[in-house]
Design a protein around this ligand. Structure first.
Ligand SMILES: CSC[C@H]1O[C@H](OP(=O)(O)O)[C@H](O)[C@@H]1O
Length: 348
């Protein structure tokens, strides 16, 4: 099923098959700008500077960047150097490692002359698989939403989400948004509370953009408002994406997720995490072992956006020192269930 009102893919190969095309998400929603990535350095910059972001999208972009590196130099030294260059862009989302390992495994035993083509083919597979995984997450989440809505059939189902785990964060459908889109398209009245998600406002800018384009009723709220809404019975479930789920079920996600889980637990609101298997990390025991990315303080001390004259400007929020951890960890004990391509699981 192709969702109307938006591109069907957030990443694709260039026409000549030698690069990748992504949306520059830093410009959204004010400008829809597709950019071509033509080499591994461009892919690394796009990931590190968050032109494109979201765990599956980071993996997909890195996969194509890896293939571009091998098209220039397919030797073993390049295979290792390109892996490291892409791996060190952002430390938290496990999809990055998963995708790089998948491409390396597909080419390492091949003759050098065959490596680039095989790498691009594996990157294509990663993208096609991600779209299918997210659609399956949506199908299983749809059944859950039907059960939740049956409890209060005379009013919309109120879902709260944090950050952007939408089609912009994946190859298609999204993870947390997949059940929202499929429920909306199936005629289930869904309303979404969209956490703005400071400091980069992926919720207010990206999730709101997606939902607006798809005609899904939604309300942008301050990150700190969710607890009150839950206390007032205005949230039927919290559904978020994730960047890494560890073997014990701990969930690493955008900063602020843990606080939503605490409020949900205190108000008996179910808290679900949507993820494909590519975001599960069996090699890490618990959330305590996950590297938490620390991003620039400027992301917190400066705000940018269109000024009255339409130009993109920046305003100062504070001139004081700032700390900017980009993720936090929600312990498994606070997670009601995991919405996966295999179904809704009460333990991962
Ligand atoms: C489906 S992954 C979405 C996940 O990625 C986001 O992080 P970022 O925007 O920094 O890449 C956020 O944690 C989302 O939940």
């Amino acid at each position: 099923m192709i969702l109307e009102g938006r591109p069907t893919r957030s990443i694709r190969r260039t026409e000549d098959g030698k690069g990748a095309v992504i949306l520059d998400q830093r410009k959204l929603p004010w400008e829809i700008k597709w950019v071509e990535l033509r080499d591994v350095d461009a892919a690394a910059v796009a990931i590190r500077e968050m032109w494109t972001r979201g765990a599956p999208m980071i993996g997909a972009t890195a996969a194509y960047g890896y293939a571009m590196a091998l098209a220039v130099d397919p030797g073993d030294a390049s295979l290792a150097a390109a892996y490291d260059k892409l791996f060190e862009t952002r430390p938290t989302a496990i999809n990055l490692r998963w995708a790089l390992d998948a491409v390396r495994a597909a080419v390492a035993d091949l003759p050098e002359s065959e490596r680039a083509q095989a790498a691009f083919a594996r990157a294509d597979e990663i993208c096609d698989e991600d779209a299918e995984l997210c659609r399956s997450i949506g199908e299983h989440g749809l059944e859950l939403f039907k059960q939740l809505h049956a409890k209060n059939p005379d009013r919309p189902l109120n879902i709260l989400t944090h950050c952007n785990a939408g089609w912009l964060a994946t190859v298609d459908y999204g993870t947390a948004t997949a059940p929202i889109y499929l429920a909306h398209d199936a005629g289930i009245p869904v309303h979404v509370w969209v956490d703005e998600t400071r400091p980069r406002n992926q919720g207010a800018l990206l999730t709101a953009f997606e939902l607006r384009n798809h005609g899904v009723p939604h309300t942008v709220i301050a990150d700190n408002a969710g607890g009150l809404l839950m206390m007032k019975g205005q949230v039927d479930a919290v559904v978020v994406g994730t960047d890494r789920v560890t073997r014990n079920g701990d969930v690493c996600n955008k900063i602020g997720t843990y606080l939503k889980a605490l409020a949900a637990h205190d108000n008996d609101v179910p808290f679900y995490v949507a993820l494909p298997y590519t975001t599960f990390d069996p090699n890490t025991e618990s959330g305590a072992d996950i590297p938490i990315e620390e991003r620039s303080a400027e992301e917190l001390t400066r705000l940018s956006g269109p000024l009255a004259n339409g130009e993109i400007g920046t305003v100062r929020v504070t001139d004081s020192p700032a700390a900017n951890p980009a993720f936090d960890v929600t312990p498994a004990r606070l997670v009601t269930g995991y919405i996966t391509e295999r179904g809704v699981l009460d333990r991962i």
